[in-house]
Design a protein around this ligand. Sequence first.
Ligand code: ADP
Ligand code: ADP
Length: 227
Amino acid sequence: GPLLEARSVSRSYGRTPALREASLSVTAGEILAIMGPSGSGKSTLLHCLAGIFTPDAGEVWFDGGRLDTLSDAGRSRLRRTAFGFVFQFGQLVPELTAADNVALPLLLGRTGRRQAYQRARGWLDRLELDGLGGRRTGELSGGQAQRVAIARALVTRPKVIFADEPTGALDSLAGEKVMDLLVGLARQEGATVIVVTHDSRVAACADREVIVRDGKVTDPYAGEVLR
Ligand code: ADP
Ligand code: ADP
């Protein structure tokens, strides 16, 4: 069965409906691109799937269990252990170095300092940030900071990677490398990648693409609402 699923999820902000009975299911190891016009509900859908928002109606399932009915503590534990987030305004701590920022999720878990920093350095290398580990992230360029945020999202080796415009601040070469990395994690390590993007080159890396329109998930080819 699916690893992650939204079943008729609705969510409003005050009186503004953002999702209207949106349904989507994601298979383990799949790379899924979520596209659609601005304001159509993509971010809200991603936040509901990730257990950051609870839906007003409908259900979210992860790994055979309900996610939306978990306690706050249960959902935040899941987010820390099984999910990785690459969001546009990736909350790096600007006063801390790149290595500190990447090591942080491991240090908050049970990993020892030495191993945490060793792994952080490994991920900084993979994102071609070697040499910048000692720099405060507040002093890095937008593209460098975005790659640090990606390293931090991946260091815990999450089962599901949620990415909202992950290549938004990157030039096209750096963007391609980040997508190659995400594709590699899916293919070699079985990670599931859900990426919201406007960039058709990013979507081209995905196994499947859906479009969100007016708070509903549609199949881009059939133009029909998915159930
Ligand atoms: P997308 O990611 O496709 O741009 P969003 O999920 O961000 O769409 O937004 C869907 C709808 O919800 C839009 O009409 C947007 O204006 C509204 N919305 C999103 N966030 C908020 C918020 N914090 N407060 C009020 N309305 C919001
Ligand atoms: P370990 O008991 O060392 O954590 P795992 O089975 O979790 O081993 O990982 C297998 C391999 O991946 C080991 O070489 C380990 O050092 C490496 N590894 C584990 N976690 C990470 C991580 N978060 N980042 C990079 N490499 C990792």
